[in-house]
Design a protein around this ligand. Structure first.
Ligand SMILES: [Fe+2]
Ligand SMILES: [Fe+2]
Length: 362
């Protein structure tokens, strides 16, 4: 069993407070203390054969409850089946950045940097200085810091993933619902965008549910998630009404950050900084959803799948941000006159990190 509680959480409350006080001082330290307490995943009370969880048996029953009082139902399959990714495809995913070309791009990027700063502060995240350089079959990433209060460990990575995914599941759903209402209101077809946007939101929620199998955030972090969703959902809804193009660019940049985050986590595993994940198997829900083959079901494999998903969202949203929002068809679900010519697909074949230009796909 993997003990996910931090040292302070395993002590008597008074002793823990003393320990924290001795480590921290000043107002910033006080803020961090609150965050840290909230980031503590719950005590492990259950032995799982998968051997990594802080979610109690009771919570499993609540969050992952099987259908009850439905004797006629055999199984409820997922709405969207995940496309098959090959190992080579996943390893070839690169960190990338689409350069800004106008004020709208710059505004979207500025908002993402602001959001990123807030999230780094909330989840106590940091990494060593240095850029991520493409290198052969993957990326050479700057590692997270492993010293001091900000040290990244398995628990902090999981909390960061949980927060990130709880936010990442919002834009696709908002965009799909706005486009759905627009289609109803204007009596016009949508040209295939809604399906891809809903699938993205579903995929992000599967990321969240997968990480929920491994850790459960504390009360403060749950409050942060609630607040973030309340603000972000409504803000994004209004923003999408005003400028869907900027919103897709914003999500494109958000997904760039997600690829960076997962690349750094994978680099930490490779560097031996997350030893508790070395032999950790992915949860059953993940094995089924991604159809993970036997022998490729470790935590590292799981992060490779999720990183590839984020790279797909990056491509989709940067591409959608390049299109005429009200008239252009969705290139990711369209059939092409010349199918042999490389074109966008639902999977990560022909993936373009910075998106497809309008003239390339229409
Ligand atoms: Fe995600
Ligand atoms: Fe994503």
């Amino acid at each position: 069993m993997y003990p996910t509680r931090p040292l302070a959480a395993s002590l008597h409350p008074r002793a823990a407070t003393k320990l924290l006080n001795s480590q921290l001082s000043g107002s910033r330290a006080n803020w961090l203390k609150i965050c840290s307490a909230s980031l503590s995943v719950r005590p492990t009370q259950v032995l799982s054969h998968r051997s990594f969880t802080s979610t109690t048996q009771q919570r499993f029953k609540e969050v992952f409850a099987p259908p009850h009082d439905a004797p006629s139902i055999k199984v409820t399959p997922p709405a969207w089946h995940h496309p098959v990714y090959t190992e080579d495809q996943m390893k070839s995913i690169q960190v990338a950045h689409r350069e800004t070309r106008n004020w709208a791009d710059r505004f979207a990027l500025m908002m993402i940097r602001l959001l990123r700063w807030g999230m780094d502060t909330a989840t106590g995240y940091t990494h060593d200085k240095g850029s991520i350089q493409p290198k052969g079959d993957g990326n050479q990433a700057a590692l997270s810091q492993n010293k001091g209060w900000f040290a990244m460990n398995e628990r902090k990575w999981l909390v960061r993933f949980l927060f990130l995914e709880s936010v990442a599941g919002v834009p696709g759903m908002v965009a799909a619902s706005v486009r759905h209402l627009h289609s109803l209101r204007r009596l016009k077809r949508d040209n295939g965008w809604i399906e891809t946007l809903l699938e993205e939101a579903y995929n992000e929620r599967m990321h969240l549910l997968t990480f929920m199998k491994m850790a459960e955030p504390g009360r403060f972090m749950k409050f942060m998630i609630l607040g973030a969703q309340g603000v972000f959902y409504n803000g994004f809804f209004l923003a999408y009404l005003l400028s869907p193009r900027i919103c897709h660019r914003f999500v494109g940049y958000l997904e760039e950050e997600a690829v960076v985050t997962y690349t750094r986590a994978i680099a930490d595993i490779d560097a031996g900084k997350l030893p508790k994940w070395d032999q950790l198997e992915a949860p059953e829900i993940a094995v089924r959803y991604w159809n993970m083959p036997e022998g490729h079901r470790t935590m590292r494999d799981l992060l490779l799948y999720i990183r590839a998903d984020e790279a797909k969202h990056r491509e989709v949203n940067h591409t959608l941000g390049n299109l005429e929002q009200k008239v252009d068809p969705n290139p990711f679900v369209s059939e092409y006159e010349d199918p042999k010519k490389p074109h966008p697909t639902k999977s990560i074949d022909n993936i373009k990190s910075t998106g497809w230009e309008r003239k390339e796909v229409l």
